[in-house]
Design a protein around this ligand. Structure first.
Ligand code: 2RA
Length: 340
């Protein structure tokens, strides 16, 4: 007997990927329900070779639902996640709403699977921010071997992280720069993204960092180790899908490059593609639609005692969101719900 699964936000970038990945990984579901807001009622979405018509999230009865994957943003999540949880569904939420609450587990299955048991506190599990997820998959095996002291990361985040409208904006601006008569001005107080990079994702904080950068710091500490110091600079780049990150790591203990290479080669969820030759590394366009987080350009950082740097690329809609959420569903199913 399989699970009854609901996907809330089924018409958004992440919700659609959740349905795709549930089908691709043959998640043991007896029923999958696609939920969306009333304005999207009846929209057809793909679930493998099936087509589902979205149902109204507002009136949906979660009674009998085993697992509810949420990708509806923090605002609506605040209204509907507790309702689903009270009805008995295990909510796996992709928004940032619950990530930082001490009694809610924030899970990347390759990093902290044992923490999933904490879902019993409120029947809610939080999915990390996309830029955090791909980074911690690489950091965790290295931390287990040589204890990470400090991480400095610069991200190159695709526009799909900001949703479908942001993807349309990149397309429209790019077209407008090439097709006479289709020029468009960026919206007020935003910057052109076509052929440009923008060092600003989410709101600015008191200390001059952005909330996206703050998320990477706090979430890395919660998922791996609160003692790790993280400094992030998050940048939006004119790429449709696929986040890239330049990661610099300082360890408490010596870890030579060759040993680190073997650790990363063997670690779950990672694919090492690293040849010191033209094309010997992964770029965002090559990660789209893939499950893996790719590691390239691994090298020693000689400017500190125990330092390494690497390049990390992953599909932000998959490992950064939908894949990680489905992997959490697989984990909680295997360990706690025992169906399927
Ligand atoms: C972004 N990580 O890339 C944020 C939210 N998905 O915009």
């Amino acid at each position: 007997m399989g699970y009854r699964v609901a996907v809330a936000g089924a018409t958004g970038n992440v919700g659609r990927e959740m349905l795709n990945i549930l089908a691709e990984r043959e998640f043991p579901a007896d029923e999958v329900v696609a939920l969306a807001s009333r304005k999207s009622l009846g929209t057809e979405v793909s679930y493998g070779d099936k087509t589902l018509k979205t149902k109204d999230l507002d009136t949906f009865d979660f009674g009998g639902t085993d697992i509810a994957l949420f990708a509806i943003g923090s605002g609506p999540t605040k209204e509907y996640a507790p309702k689903a949880a009270r009805a008995g569904a295990v909510v796996i939420d992709n928004s940032s709403l619950y990530r930082y609450e001490p009694d809610i587990p924030l899970i990347v299955p390759e990093c902290n699977p044992d923490s999933v048991e904490m879902f019993k506190n409120r029947n809610i599990i939080a999915n990390p921010n996309c830029s955090t997820a791909q980074m911690v998959v690489a950091l965790k095996p290295l931390h287990d071997r040589a204890r990470i002291k400090r991480v400095v990361v610069s991200t190159y985040q695709s526009v799909s992280g900001a949703g479908k409208d942001a993807m349309d904006e990149l397309w429209t601006q790019t077209k407008g720069l090439y097709v006479p008569g289709q020029e468009v001005e960026p919206a007020k107080f935003t910057k052109q993204i076509a052929f440009n990079v923008i060092p600003h994702i989410d709101v600015f904080m008191e200390d001059g960092s952005t909330k996206e950068e703050w998320k990477m710091v706090v979430e890395t500490k919660k998922i791996i180790d609160p003692k790790i110091r993280v400094h992030a600079t998050c940048v939006r780049v004119p790429v449709f899908v696929g986040h890239s990150e330049s990661v610099n790591v300082e360890f408490e203990e010596p870890l030579d490059e060759d040993e680190a290479r073997e650790i990363l080669r063997e670690a779950p969820g990672l694919m090492l593609v690293d040849k010191r030759e033209p094309g010997g590394y992964v770029t965002p366009v090559e990660c789209v639609g893939e499950f893996a987080t790719y590691i390239s350009r691994l090298r020693t950082d000689p400017t500190v005692e125990n330092g390494l740097s690497f390049w990390c690329v992953s599909d932000n809609l998959r490992k950064g969101a939908a894949l990680n959420a489905v992997q959490i569903a697989e984990l909680v199913g295997r360990r706690c719900l025992k169906k399927g």
